[in-house]
Write a protein that binds this ligand. Sequence first.
Ligand code: GDP
Ligand code: MG
Length: 310
Amino acid sequence: MLPDAPDGAAVTAMRARELGRKSVVVGDRVSLVGDVSGADGALARIVRIAERRSVLRRTADDDENTAEGRLERVVVANADQLVIVSALADPPPRTGFIDRCLVAAYDADIEPLLCLTKADLAGPAQVVGYYTELELPYVLVRPDSDLDALRALLAGRVSVLVGHSGVGKSTLVNRLVPDALRAVGVVSAIGRGRHTSTSAVALRLPRTPDGDGDPGWIVDTPGIRSFGLAHVSAESLLHGFPDLVEGTVDCPPNCPHTPDEADCALDAWVAAGKADPRRLASYRRLLASRAGEGDPREAERNPGDPLAGS
Ligand SMILES: Nc1nc2c(ncn2[C@@H]2O[C@H](COP(=O)(O)OP(=O)(O)O)[C@@H](O)[C@H]2O)c(=O)[nH]1
Ligand SMILES: [Mg+2]
C-alpha cells in the first residue's frame, strides 16, 4: 500500500470483510475508513482497492507439484518500471533470466531497466552487446559509484527490483534507502520451494537535498527468484523479443516459431543478421519451458553458453 501523502505517517490497516476474496498486494492504492492517524495502536480498514494501472504477474512454475504453486499470482500492482538487477560477475550475468524478466515487463506494460552491478569486477560490453537491437536502458553500479543516474530514473515512479540471489540487490537497496536495513550476503529465510505470498515490500526513496518532486518508490522482491510465464500467451511472449517481431511477418499463419517448424521465418531473419541468434535460441527456450517440454531452469542444460540460463 502506498499512502497518498508523500510524507504521511504509516497507517496500519486490515482488509475489510466487504472486499471478499480480493487480495491486496504491494502497490495497491486503497480507500481506508477508521483511524488513519497513524498513532500507536490505531487501526484502519481497507474498504476498496482502486483499479490497477498495471499488474506484474508470475506463474509459480517452479513449484509444479502443488496446486498453490501453479497459481498465477499478482506480484505488484501499479508499478511503472521493472529494474532487472544483474551482476556483471560473481555471479555471471544470465541473459536467459533477463529475457524472462523482459517478457514479464512487456506483458505487464511496465518499462524495463537493466541495472548492472559489480561493474568493478567486469565490463558490460558482452551483456549490452546482446541487447543492442532493443535499446534497453541500463545503468552501471560499482561500490564507489554515485547513484545519481539510477536515482534520476527512479524519481517519480514505482520501480520493482528483481534479481538472482548474490547480485547485490540488498546492497543496492540499502544504498538507495539507508533506513531499509536489508540483510546483505544472507539468503533469506524464505527458502527454496516454500510458498510465500508476501514476498514484496515497498520502500519510499528518501528525498535528496537538490531533488525536487517525488523521489519515487522501490519494491524489493526477496522471495521472487524468477518469473514463471505459463500465463503469458506465445504471442505475448514474442513481445519480450521486439528484435524478433518483424522477422515473423513472413511466417506461415499460426506459426509456432519452434525449431522444428521448417517454414518459420525467424531462422532466415537471424541468418540475415537482423537479430542475434542467441536471442532466437532464448525465445525458443522460453517457448519450450512454457509448453512444459523443458525445465525452466536452463542453466544446467546449456553449459556451452555461459550467458544463457534463467
Ligand atoms: N565487488 C562488488 N561486490 C558487491 C557489489 N555489490 C554487492 N557486492 C557483494 O556481493 C555480495 C552479495 O550482495 P547482496 O547485496 O547480499 O546480494 P543479494 O543476494 O542480491 O541481495 C555481498 O558480499 C556484497 O558485498 C559491487 O558492486 N561490487
Ligand atoms: Mg538480498
